[in-house]
Design a protein around this ligand. Sequence first.
Ligand SMILES: C[S@@+](CC[C@H](N)C(=O)[O-])C[C@H]1O[C@@H](n2cnc3c(N)ncnc32)[C@H](O)[C@@H]1O
Length: 221
Amino acid sequence: MTDVLDHSPVLAEVLGDALPVLERFHAKLAEEGEPRGLIGPRDVDIIWERHILNSAAVVPFIQSATRDAKFKTVADVGSGGGFPGLVAAACLPDHQFTLIEPMERRVEWLQECADLMELDNVTIERNRSDAVIAQVRKLAVHPFAVVTCRAVAPMTKLAGWTLPLLKPAGRLVALKGRSAQAELVKAEKEITRFGGRRPRVVEAAVGPDLEPTHVVLIDKR
Ligand SMILES: C[S@@+](CC[C@H](N)C(=O)[O-])C[C@H]1O[C@@H](n2cnc3c(N)ncnc32)[C@H](O)[C@@H]1O
């Protein structure tokens, strides 16, 4: 199956040095992603745009959040097929990523992909986020500079699943659909309760001539 963006100059423009590694990920997704239930049947010829470039949209927001951080650590909550965690890890080799995913078959997939992509900056944690939060509270795990996520839960739930993983002044970077602003309004109480401040929605570029996406940014007090 060919992809609408195969051989497009947009890929090198957006993904830069990470492109060869992400081409390996793309090939595996194109062959196994749909039968293994990681992408939808209608996504098979638009994997670049819908999954890989869309995930890469978080990269500038991670970089700006970690610019002055001593430890450039990122937790991706509910990584599923690897979005955005594996893509961002390929783009940011100087950051350490922890992919938090409870489902065994998805964890197997993530490990296979991390091995194929030869990513030495990725740790896969088979757990729900609340189990990792418990470890952060017990000081058994360091809190993270950034938490990312895509398509995991509405903001009312996501606030409690992500903000407690952040260190003070850390940042949540959540890929969201058009409902982002309405979700923020609805989750005001939960965001405050879990130490979030300055919740906002920004438009994030996916690539030249491609429809931008929306990212929710929340700072941790
Ligand atoms: C709809 S999938 C999205 C996967 C991927 N982020 C994406 O955008 O394609 C949601 C994922 O979140 C995981 N998940 C659900 N509840 C979770 C929790 N409490 N902590 C961590 N992951 C969770 C699920 O197992 C699933 O893989």
